[in-house]
Design a protein around this ligand. Structure first.
Ligand code: ASP
Length: 344
């Protein structure tokens, strides 16, 4: 389903409820966002529903860590194209999932290249809480999940994913980054959707709870039709997700290879530590990615960062137009914001 269609459906359902009256803003028309506590923000339009799951925890004085886990589980449950087992497969036809989570004490856990498990975010949390490790991958991650009581699902593609995969197989188009001139990058451009949007596949969420603690989560099926075994930025701490309870938290979406190469979310949090507002910090990290390509054409590459700080100020920024994120800080305030972007 296209981003546009998903967005219409999700925003449409908001009209049925007086709670979470969704609003759509363009960040370009607003000043830098002021602070709120508690607060949760998450990537893309799917974040509107995910925020509802997180807000149920935060509004009752719950822990940010529980909020960010339960929030993104909503998206993992939705049989969308983008996250969880309903998502598009790799180029061999298998759905492989990456996820990470980080708490207010700097503890973190992640899973990569995980198959047939419905809630990779919860497996990531178990890695954090039940093992001395940070990351488990592949069959080992799956074995651990099953030992922890997670159900091994049948591995069949969802109807939508099957259709999309069959369509993709007709051309099996796999694009190296030929459109990024002057770059030695081995990454590949995300597929453009017919509506001009991008084929992005991640929900990242960061939250500040009523006690003043920050946590974050990130979960994805990765790039659609990727090389089997490819792992993106989402399960890599400091790339797809980073939390520093003295400063704030950031998460990323978009072309993971670009995010990894600059340790994107760690960079955003460090910029905030230097005193930047979250939006400025996200902008600086985006600019760093662009600078690395020395003037190469990046119009078909999207990376988006979102961040919050300890004051509950928030912001986001993208390379190109179209990146949006959802912000929730009250029963009646769950808004979709179109982020500012670097390239026209
Ligand atoms: N960042 C994800 C990855 O590279 C994909 C996305 O956000 O669309 O795996």
């Amino acid at each position: 389903m296209s981003l546009h269609r998903r967005q219409m459906i999700q925003l449409g359902t908001l009209g049925l409820s007086s709670l979470f009256a969704g609003k759509v803003f363009s960040a370009g028309t607003k000043r830098l966002a002021t602070g709120h506590k508690p607060i949760v923000i998450s990537t893309w339009d799917a974040g509107i529903n995910a925020n509802k799951g997180a807000w149920n925890v935060l509004r009752n004085g719950g822990r940010a860590l529980d909020a960010v886990e339960q929030g993104v589980m909503v998206t993992e449950n939705e049989q969308s194209c983008c996250v969880g087992l309903g998502a598009n497969p790799d180029r061999d036809g298998f759905v492989t999932l990456d996820a990470s989570i980080m708490d207010e004490n700097g503890n973190c856990g992640s899973v990569a290249f995980l198959e047939r498990i419905k809630h990779p975010i919860s497996v990531a949390r178990r890695v954090m809480e039940k093992t001395p490790h940070v990351m488990l991958a592949g069959v080992g991650a799956q074995q651990f999940a099953v030992e922890q009581g997670f159900t091994l699902e049948d591995g069949k593609l969802s109807d939508d994913a099957k259709k999309a995969y069959e369509e993709w197989l007709k051309k099996s188009e796999y694009k190296p980054s030929a459109n990024i001139e002057n770059s030695k990058s081995t990454s590949f451009a995300p597929l453009r959707l017919p509506n001009g949007g991008f084929n992005h596949d991640t929900i990242g969420m960061v939250a500040l709870d009523a006690h003043g603690n920050v946590s974050g989560s990130c979960t994805t099926s990765g790039m659609a039709f990727k090389v089997r075994g490819r792992v993106g930025d989402s399960p890599i701490i400091g790339a797809g997700l980073f939390v520093d309870n003295e400063v704030g938290a950031a998460t990323a979406t978009g072309l993971g290879e670009e995010v990894i190469k600059v340790c994107g979310t760690h960079l955003v949090v460090e910029y905030m530590a230097q005193g930047m507002h979250p939006e400025e910090a996200c902008k600086k990290a985006v600019e760093k990615i662009i600078r690395r390509h020395k003037g190469g054409d990046m119009k078909d590459v999207q990376v988006g960062f979102i961040a919050i700080n300890k004051q509950g100020e928030y912001g986001g920024y993208g390379i190109v137009k179209g990146f949006n994120y959802a912000v929730c800080y009250a029963d009646d305030h769950n808004e979709l914001i179109y982020a500012k972007y670097a390239l026209p």
